[in-house]
Design a protein around this ligand. Structure first.
Ligand SMILES: Nc1ncnc2c1ncn2[C@@H]1O[C@H](COP(=O)(O)OP(=O)(O)OP(=O)(O)O)[C@@H](O)[C@H]1O
Ligand SMILES: [Mg+2]
Length: 280
């Protein structure tokens, strides 16, 4: 669905995207992660034909995003990082305006307003919307073309947990119905929950591309955490220590064992370890 080879983008002296390559299969949720300024939004803008690359090859659904932009936007949906709704228009006017731009049947507008519980807000001006409602509307607009590929640039940024979960639910549903998803997010739990594969990009370069399970396992701490009762007490044992088996056996026999779990690395720890970001 997406094929990227040697993609590079310069802004003057600054190398925002530095010779990256990856491909995305049909039906995947592809998490594109990285610290602030890593080059995520720049990559999305290139893949959706908003800006031109400096170098490299890009094919999205077989289209060149620059020369085939109009056709590309019939099969992709975009939820940009910065909300670009028309604040003085109503929700429905925003959707209809967009539908006209891409020859989309107006019935689809009503269908989506209904589906995303926006019916009662349809004739309200967007400037009166909360952040969460605006984001729901932005996602609705992205879904107007019934996209084969949906690009989401931090779709849950700043949202309350309920709205964020609602949006994650829609992303899963759209994916289940066949759409491929390109997702950026700073919420590592969200990336872990949704993504089939993730890329971590830093200073314009891809530093890793794998599925979240493999990444977490690669940074596994190899520790068993045991909780004892009477009195409550926590102990940790290393999996590589030959004595661990005997010690656990003793604790089992003592009848004090309450719970036992292996301590796994989280995707957040993987991210921090690999990007080594320090706040300056
Ligand atoms: N129009 C532009 N002109 C000059 N520099 C730009 C422009 N757009 C982005 N940059 C720079 O390119 C780099 C990559 O920016 P980009 O917006 O792609 O990062 P990002 O990974 O999306 O970050 P964030 O997580 O903060 O959204 C940054 O250093 C940014 O300042
Ligand atoms: Mg960004």
């Amino acid at each position: 669905m997406i094929e990227v080879k040697g993609l590079t983008k310069r802004y003057g002296e600054l190398l925002a995207v530095d010779n990256i390559s990856f491909s995305i299969e049909k039906g995947e949720i592809f998490g594109f992660l990285g610290p602030n300024g890593a080059g995520k939004t720049t990559t999305i803008k290139i893949l959706t034909g908003e800006i031109e690359p400096t170098d490299g090859e890009v094919k999205v659904f077989g289209f060149n995003p620059v020369s085939d932009r109009k056709n590309l936007h019939k099969v992709i949906g975009v939820v940009p990082e910065i909300q670009n709704l028309y604040e003085r228009m109503t929700a429905k006017e925003n959707l209809t305006f967009f539908a006209n731009l891409y020859d989309i049947n107006h019935k689809r507008v009503d269908e989506l307003l209904e589906q995303f519980d926006l019916r009662e807000w349809a004739n309200e001006k967007v400037k009166n919307f909360s952040l969460g409602m605006k984001q729901r509307l932005l996602l609705t607009r992205g879904l107007l073309p019934k996209p084969d590929i949906l690009f989401l640039d931090e779709p849950t940024k700043g949202l309350d947990p309920y709205t964020a979960r609602y949006i994650r639910g829609i992303i899963k549903e759209v994916n289940k119905n066949g759409a491929t998803i390109f997702l950026t997010t700073h919420y590592m739990e969200e990336a872990d929950e949704l993504s089939d594969r993730v890329v971590i990009i830093d200073k314009g370069k891809i530093i890793v591309c794998d599925n979240p399970e493999n990444l977490k396992r690669s940074q596994d701490k190899g520790i068993i955490k045991i909780t004892l009762k009477d009195p409550i007490e926590e102990r940790q044992f290393s999996l590589s220590d030959k004595q661990t088996g005997n010690r656990i056996k003793e604790l089992l026999q003592s009848g004090r064992l309450l719970s036992m779990e292996t301590e796994k690395a989280t995707l957040e720890e993987v991210f921090i370890n690999l990007t080594g970001k320090k706040l300056t």
